[in-house]
Design a binder for this molecule. Structure first.
Ligand code: ADP
Ligand code: MG
Length: 280
């Protein structure tokens, strides 16, 4: 192949700068030399330059989106040891990773004792959603309520709820570790109500639904929350022992080694429909 004139290389460089393609610009000289040495055909060279730029852009976009989603500790489904948690249906989790529940704006509940991987699975599903281009927001219930309380104090609650409900997938982690009180329950209800049938949610909890009245400080608010959060819901109960404590289980008293389940979800007050895994 004939050597490209310096002027035409300069023009290509200027185009790449104008098009904001720094990776292709950086590899241009090397790629031209490889064409000259016969190591690359022209088509392969174009593909390599564009491909490199695209891959870099995609990974930068995913990195930014993961930061925006607050998915800082990255967990993946492939890093989850399903053999440690035999009660969990692997196929059902992988079906969720196909993200049909996001399209259908469903709520997914991950229930189980501490250390069984609820946060891990919620983050891993969030990462899949980010990779697929969905906007995701991850927060613990305590942080979420703190931010809603602050917004209410600053008279910006409506904007805060609108901002949160703009995300296609909201992940609310650690429901039940700390009681949030009636005002927290009311604020969470306003968010859930805004998200109902508009956004997908993943909620994790170490407590059964029957205990939500206690968590949210009010049976009426808990009923209204469950009414929305169990409609179109996928409920996954993990029944097993803590992965964190797997090497130290013998140091624990017998009753703490393997807790079968956070009390099984009771029938909700109204409108509950459990979806089968085909729906997940
Ligand atoms: P939970 O939210 O249910 O309390 P986490 O998801 O925080 O539990 O899990 C605790 C730690 O153990 C995390 O570092 C997580 O990555 C890891 N972990 C939990 N279950 C598994 C598993 N089955 N396979 C691999 N790692 C796991
Ligand atoms: Mg957790």
């Amino acid at each position: 192949m004939s050597k490209p004139a310096d002027s035409s290389l300069d023009r290509i460089r200027r185009h790449l700068v104008g098009l904001k393609m720094p990776c292709a610009l950086e590899s241009l000289q090397d790629t031209v030399q490889r064409i000259e040495r016969g190591e690359l055909s022209t088509f392969e060279a174009i593909e390599a330059l564009l491909g490199e730029e695209l891959t870099t852009r995609q990974s930068r976009r995913i990195k930014m989106a993961l930061q925006t989603a607050r998915l800082s500790t990255i967990k993946t489904l492939s890093a989850y040891d399903f053999s440690f948690q035999p009660s969990l249906d692997r196929q059902q989790i992988f079906a969720l990773a196909e993200l049909g529940f996001v399209e259908r704006r469903q709520a997914v509940h991950l229930l189980g004792p501490p250390g069984t991987g609820k946060t891990h699975l919620a983050v891993a599903l969030g990462v899949e959603a980010v990779k697929a281009g969905h906007s995701v927001h991850f927060s613990t219930l305590a942080d979420l309520i703190a931010s809603l309380t602050r917004a209410e104090r600053e008279h910006t609650l409506r904007e805060r709820v609108r901002y949160l409900s703009r995300h296609r997938l909201l992940i609310v982690d650690e429901i039940g570790y700390l009681p949030v009180g009636t005002s927290g329950g009311n604020l969470f209800f306003q968010l859930v109500n805004a998200c109902y049938e508009r956004n997908a949610m993943i909620l994790t909890s170490n407590r059964g639904f029957g205990e939500w009245g206690e968590i949210f400080g009010d049976a009426v608010v808990a009923t209204a929350l469950l009414d929305r959060l169990l409609h179109h819901a996928v409920v996954i109960q993990i029944e097993g022992s803590s992965y964190r404590l797997r090497e130290h289980a013998q140091l624990l008293p017998e009753h703490m080694r393997s807790r079968p389940s956070a009390s099984p979800p009771p029938e909700p007050p109204v409108k509950r429909r459990r979806r089968s895994k085909e729906d997940a």
